[in-house]
Design a protein around this ligand. Structure first.
Ligand SMILES: Cc1cc2nc3c(=O)[nH]c(=O)nc-3n(C[C@H](O)[C@H](O)[C@H](O)COP(=O)(O)OP(=O)(O)OC[C@H]3O[C@@H](n4cnc5c(N)ncnc54)[C@H](O)[C@@H]3O)c2cc1C
Length: 548
């Protein structure tokens, strides 16, 4: 096939010292830590599929689709031209293409239909690197499946089409569609983290039918086919299933008031909605709504952790690629010792984030038949979500700086990654709420600490790790100050888990540099302060094999 190169010799100057475009690469095959992790954490069977998917998401076409889906964000159509209410959202075709790509790859379904949570995590980790916004509806659909599976009628009628590896964007009742997606609406104006403050009311009409009245302040992917939501009954906060269409195939009263004008995640719509005598079906028991919906939140949390790891990875890759080609002061940036330190530090952070995410995902797989694994997953995902997300914005910013001025320009992808970087820390439990949740898990299930220490324990012979374990134990004895110190506790636990994983599964050079800089006080507050003598070039070669 003929290639048409751009003109580099312009009338006034020659264009030089710019990197080639980073496209048509295999995001899977170039990620050694991911390939190893997949094998180690029990998802080797997904290797070939992921290799194909990695090439798709790294293709010029999909990267372009991600850009377009963001540049042309969704539009709300509240009414049709006749003044009738429709509450629909129109998306750019690129959005639909990306939804088709992810859903037909089974990102939402594979964990529940013969695949694994590890493979799910790896696939979504790859897709986020091209476009994060479409992953929100995929995550919510994935996470709703176990809750819906507990309800025989929904399991028989809805689940087969939710599990279908397909995307059907039509605005039609579920019975007329080939594939379905699910959203989640909990947050109200007066309280998001504290859902007990929810005021939406539910009135019982028959054994299975309720009518809801109230609002939700955030409801992402409002074009989903149904939503898990919370409302108050006489017995307290209760979980409901709200389909977009009523059983008689008329539109349910699901009124989209506005779309949020968001910092990022712009390809995905996030709406403010109102319920007014809205048809809903009970999920779980009345008054046990938080318990019911938390099963869904437990799964969305895994994805908030993997998405942050993915943003770090893509930011690092962009920076490494740039440094590989760009020269300054007579040498390529990748050959400059200080740039090597910055990039190697980022590579370590990215690898540790991925190792932790995949380990947690394995606990989700084992949880089906192992109570300890379920407990470990419950607490480890909170720890991982908190810490991996706290590390993301600064890493993306450093990656941006590695590109210099080019990094500040939209076309470079870095601004989009940068805007996206704080989001996964906010939704599905913001930082403080997550740390308090870790305290709650430790208090309610003391075995959680034993499990965490057992996981770390393999590496306790290391004096630096042993010292940090002591810090954790001391913090836990000071119960009066514990809430105030919850971030310190969770941060230390996260670093311990990551250090232990790095010691076991990363090259010694990587593990040593990670532990020295993160646990032994030899690092600093910015990236690029790995101790002297660190083999930065080797760390980089592993993290980005295309370096030359
Ligand atoms: C783009 C986007 C999409 C979203 N989509 C959805 C959706 O689809 N469905 C949905 O239900 N929600 C959605 N949300 C809402 C999101 O889940 C909430 O914003 C989030 O849970 C925080 O709730 P809040 O905004 O009410 O903040 P608040 O609960 O008021 O919290 C504000 C701050 O106070 C902290 N805080 C709270 N309690 C304590 C405490 N006891 N001690 C110390 N600090 C505390 C929190 O950590 C947070 O930092 C979305 C949000 C965003 C940004």
């Amino acid at each position: 096939m003929a290639t048409y190169s751009p003109i580099t010799q312009l009338p006034t100057h020659a264009v030089s010292n710019q990197p080639p475009p980073l496209e048509n690469i295999n995001l899977f095959e170039l990620d050694n830590a991911l390939i190893e992790g997949l094998q180690r954490e029990g998802a080797a069977a997904a290797r070939d599929t992921l290799a194909v998917f990695g090439a798709q998401v790294g293709s010029e076409e999909i990267l372009k689709a991600g850009e377009l889906a963001n540049r042309f964000p969704p539009q709300l159509k509240t009414f049709n031209r006749f003044g009738q209410r429709i509450d629909e959202v129109e998306f750019h075709p690129a959005y639909h293409g990306l939804m088709q790509l992810g859903l037909s790859a089974g990102i939402h379904s594979m964990a529940w239909s013969g695949g694994s949570h590890v493979a799910h995590a790896a696939s979504e980790y790859l897709l986020v690197q091209s476009e994060a916004g479409v992953c929100c509806p995929m995550t919510m659909t994935y996470a709703a499946i176990p809750v819906l599976g507990r309800h025989a009628d929904l399991a028989n009628t809805w689940l087969p089409k939710i599990l279908a590896n397909d995307y059907d964007a039509a605005v039609l009742p579920f019975s007329e569609k080939s594939a379905l997606t699910i959203g989640m609406a909990m947050t109200e104006k007066q309280g998001g983290s504290d859902v007990r403050a929810n005021t939406t009311r539910a009135q019982k009409i028959s054994a299975s039918e309720y009518r809801l009245t109230g609002h939700k302040w955030f409801c992402s992917a409002p074009m989903s086919d149904a939503f898990l939501t919370l409302a108050q009954t006489e017995r307290g906060l209760t979980c409901f299933f709200v389909p977009r269409w009523q059983p008689d195939n008329t539109r349910d009263h699901f009124f989209i008031q506005r779309l949020k004008d968001k910092l990022s995640n712009r390809a995905n719509a996030s709406a403010e909605i109102e319920y007014s005598n809205t048809f809903a079906q009970l999920l779980g028991e009345e008054g046990h709504g938080v318990k019911t919906i938390l099963e869904m939140v437990h799964h969305t949390r895994l994805d908030t952790c993997l998405a942050a790891a993915a943003l770090m990875r893509q930011a690092f890759v962009q920076a490494a690629h740039h440094a590989n080609y760009r020269s300054a002061f007579g040498k390529r940036l990748i050959e400059q010792p200080l740039m090597q330190n910055v990039l190697a530090d980022m590579a370590l952070e990215s690898e540790a984030a991925l190792l932790l995410t995949l380990r947690i995902a394995r606990a989700y797989d084992e949880a089906a038949h192992d109570a300890d694994a379920a407990q470990f997953a419950r607490i480890a995902v909170a720890i991982g979500k908190y810490w991996v997300n706290k590390r993301t914005p600064n890493l993306v910013y450093e990656a941006m700086e590695c590109l210099g001025g080019n990094g500040y320009v939209e076309e470079s992808l870095l601004p989009r990654l940068y805007r996206e970087a704080p989001l996964n820390s906010i939704w599905e439990g913001s930082g403080n709420v997550i740390c308090l949740d870790v305290l709650r898990a430790l208090a309610r299930e003391p075995n959680s600490l034993t499990l965490l220490l057992a996981e770390i324990g393999v590496a306790v012979q290391d004096v630096r790790i042993a010292r940090a374990v002591d810090t954790v134990k001391k913090l836990l004895t000071k119960t009066a100050a514990l809430e105030n110190q919850a971030r310190r506790l969770v941060e230390t636990l996260a670093l311990l888990l990551q250090s232990s994983l790095m010691l076991r599964y990363a090259p010694t050079i990587n593990a040593e540099a990670f532990i020295e800089s993160r646990l032994n006080g030899v690092g600093g507050f910015a990236y690029g302060v790995l101790p002297a003598g660190t083999a930065c070039r080797e760390i980089l070669q592993r993290a980005w094999p295309r370096l030359n």
